[in-house]
Design a protein around this ligand. Structure first.
Ligand SMILES: Cc1cc2nc3c(=O)[nH]c(=O)nc-3n(C[C@H](O)[C@H](O)[C@H](O)COP(=O)(O)OP(=O)(O)OC[C@H]3O[C@@H](n4cnc5c(N)ncnc54)[C@H](O)[C@@H]3O)c2cc1C
Length: 453
């Protein structure tokens, strides 16, 4: 904990030290503001301590283990490979600790006061802390994030885990039932299946139902290969200590039950009723384009203001809110917010593939040298463009899609055309060539795939 003398009065008070909050604090401090962050748990928030980073850490470990034990085709035999779950947890917790400490160091170096406490607004100018002190502010930013939603009959506790507990296990479960079929369920299900857990995913409608089914079908077939059973149109009725009963009477064995049915904005005990801040029907804080709430002194960013609930969206909004709080003119007007599902294969999207006057071209991974070399040919890229050949959307289903999607986001933000991308030299042999190949194909001059006459 970074302690110092508590400022009675600050230019900017931020409630929530997650990715949105601490980035906002750093930018505001650079702009000359006197800043305090109130954080009741860990600096870095959910992303660094419980969600994005831990899930990707464990996915990486699961990939190593799975590759090691399934690489006979490359001539690799790794009999006797085993997992030490306690060691794995030690690494996963160590990563979060390192990042949490890094954030504290950055805040301290930028002269930001970290107050480890819960903050509650008592007016549009003051926050009450549980230690009895009061923090007066000129401007405040709400960056309190979200919490996992629970469903009736499956309250979180010793028998039903939320995503945080599922990413903090010191054992590899034999059977895991996951309620929910969004990206969190897919990521957690895939990683445990790669460790050898028998995973059942219960989908209210279907797996990743809001995504392009062309992409989802590849993820589904991979999950099947990994032994995961997807139960579409399924409602869980009740659970015991180690089983889940479904609406059709089926009983599934489960020494781990995970409920991952979504996130809800977190404004509990925030004292919004003591301010002019309003929320919508789902509890999200209402903001305008400058991220200012209906209370002119208070801004809000990140998960608490709505979808998409993604760390990089919170980070960008944190930077903008700091500028606005400092009196600069700014607005959250990004054209695209890329999204990545760390499934197998990964799905990454920037912009949209649909719309009037939009054409779409697809290029398969089977035609890419890099994919063939490393045995990863399951996937494709799709590019959407308008009648002026301006790029409007890209979907990648591929290894390394997480890194490659930034090129697509930049292309869309900058108003790039198919030709801009097609004529840019992409290094060979890499997955990044997918962007160039698909742009060339869309221009009617495909090189490495024959589309027919
Ligand atoms: C399993 C999982 C995996 C994910 N993976 C990714 C991913 O790969 N990429 C991605 O972009 N997004 C991912 N996300 C989403 C991402 O975690 C969130 O979008 C991000 O953390 C939101 O940041 P935030 O700053 O809005 O809030 P948070 O990170 O939730 O931080 C809010 C902070 O506010 C504090 N707080 C709340 N109320 C108070 C109060 N009254 N007083 C003091 N402190 C308070 C909380 O303790 C918390 O630390 C994932 C989510 C989950 C569940």
């Amino acid at each position: 904990m970074v302690m110092g003398s508590l400022p009675e009065d600050v230019d900017l008070a931020i409630i929530g030290g997650g990715v949105g909050g601490y980035v906002s604090a750093i930018r505001a401090s650079q702009l000359g503001m006197n800043v305090a962050i109130v954080e009741k748990n860990k600096m870095g928030g959910h992303c660094l301590n419980y969600a994005c980073i831990p899930s990707k850490t464990l996915i990486h470990i699961a990939d190593i283990f799975y590759e090691m034990t399934h690489s006979e085709k490359f001539g690799i035999h790794a009999e006797g490979a085993s997992i030490d779950p306690k060691k794995m947890l030690e690494w996963r917790m160590g990563v979060s600790k390192k990042l949490e400490q890094g954030v504290e160091y950055l805040c301290k170096s930028n002269s930001i006061e970290i107050i480890k406490d819960q903050g509650t607004f008592i007016s549009s100018k003051a926050i009450q802390l549980t230690n009895g002190e009061e923090l007066d502010f000129k401007k405040a930013i709400i960056a309190t994030g979200s919490v996992p939603r629970s469903i009736p009959g499956f309250d979180f506790g010793s028998e039903v885990m939320d995503y945080k507990s599922a990413l903090m296990l010191d054992r590899v479960p034999k059977n895991m039932v996951i309620i929910g079929a969004g990206y969190v369920a897919v990521e957690i299900g895939t990683l445990y299946a790669k460790f050898g857990t028998k995973v059942d995913i219960l989908a209210h409608s279907d797996l990743l139902s809001r995504f392009d089914q062309d992409a989802v079908s590849l993820v589904k077939s991979r999950l099947q290969e990994l032994g995961v059973t997807i139960h579409p149109n399924t409602v869980p009725l009740s659970h015991g200590k180690d089983s889940v009963r479904l609406s059709d009477g089926t009983e599934l064995a489960a020494d781990a039950i995970v409920s991952a049915v979504g996130l809800v904005p977190y404004t509990q005990n925030l004292g919004l009723e003591n301010t002019k801040v309003s929320v919508d029907g789902k509890g999200f804080v209402n903001v305008d384009r400058s991220l200012t709430t209906s209370d002119p002194n208070i801004l809000a960013i990140g998960d608490v203001i709505g979808e998409p609930m993604l760390a990089h969206k919170a980070i960008r909004q944190g930077e903008i809110a700091a500028e606005v709080a400092a009196g600069n003119k700014d607005a959250f007007d990004n054209t695209v917010i890329p999204a990545v599902i760390f499934s197998d294969p990964e799905i990454a999207i920037a912009g949209s593939l649909e719309g009037e006057g939009i054409s779409v071209k697809k290029f398969p991974l089977t035609a890419l040298g890099r994919g063939i070399a490393i045995g990863e040919t399951r996937g494709f890229i799709k590019i959407a463009y308008d009648s002026n050949q301006m790029i409007k959307g890209v979907e990648m289903v591929s290894t390394d899609a997480n890194a490659m999607i930034s090129e697509a986001a930049l292309a869309i933000e900058m108003g790039a055309t198919l030709e801009d991308v097609a004529d840019t030299i992409h290094p060979h042999p890499t997955f990044s060539e997918l962007m160039q190949e698909v742009a060339e194909a869309a221009l009617g001059r495909p090189v490495h795939f024959y589309y027919g006459k």
